[in-house]
Design a protein around this ligand. Sequence first.
Ligand code: ATP
Length: 283
Amino acid sequence: MLIMEKAPAKINLSLDTPMRYFDGLPQWNMVMSSIDLADYVAVETHASPKTIKVYTDSGFLPNDQRNLAYQAAHILKTRFHQSDGVTIRIKKHIPVAAGLGGGSSDAAAVLRALNQAWELGLSVDELAKLALSIDSDVPFCVYGHTAHVTGHGELVTPLPNFPHYWVIVAKPKVSVSTPAILKQINYATLQHAPTNQLVDKIKAQAWSETFQYMGNSLEGVTGEMYTEIKRIKDKMLQLGADVAQMSGTGPTVFAICHAESRAKRVYNSMKGFCDEVYQVVLL
Ligand code: ATP
């Protein structure tokens, strides 16, 4: 059986980490939203060969068990004793190691596809629980849209969807290692983003008040290493964006504009500033 899935990127409208757990991993308090910049994932199951194969159109990505899409197939195949083989073909559009959750979204797409192909009947909640062992962003990617994400990433509470807002995504030419940034966090001096207040505003659908509560606690951490992050953000705000901030552990910066004319201005100007720029919408 062949199933095609769209794997949308995510942005962090808010990202905070109140503390580190005893296992060394951060406790998250985030609001994430999917955007319509997506990879395309084709998942085929077959009686033979019985192995998992991954192909991508990117020369830089691993095709073996280091690929998060491979790990997603492996978890379902072993947990539910499926003898079928799986072939996964990924067409990448989401920049890699950018803070946009591309690998996590590919993995979530494989979980959805195999749940359907193998008729496993798993609910979204059950898929999200299995997803956590792949990466902290995969549970959110199983749900998509807008959600409040806490714990290690496994506690996902869907929120109302935003109205039509434009999002301009700009990725500077550096790749950021998430584990390296997480190691740099100094909890004594971290500037905390007001995630809970943003959640309240979204629940109340007080959209025009949401911008002032967006923020990313890790912007200072990654921004100290890559000065272009602040330059891009300042430029977006000068051009009239309602809000501009880093996504995830960076380095991608996004702007949100409710007026199309401002979105166009930000998009056109940022194209002269950054190699990879996209104008998309919140899903
Ligand atoms: P994170 O969710 O860790 O913040 P990110 O959004 O910054 O991640 P990704 O594009 O998901 O970045 O890639 C992070 C790492 O995952 C890279 O080192 C990449 O080699 C690896 N990876 C494994 N599988 C994939 C995949 N299918 N697509 C992209 N990256 C992948």
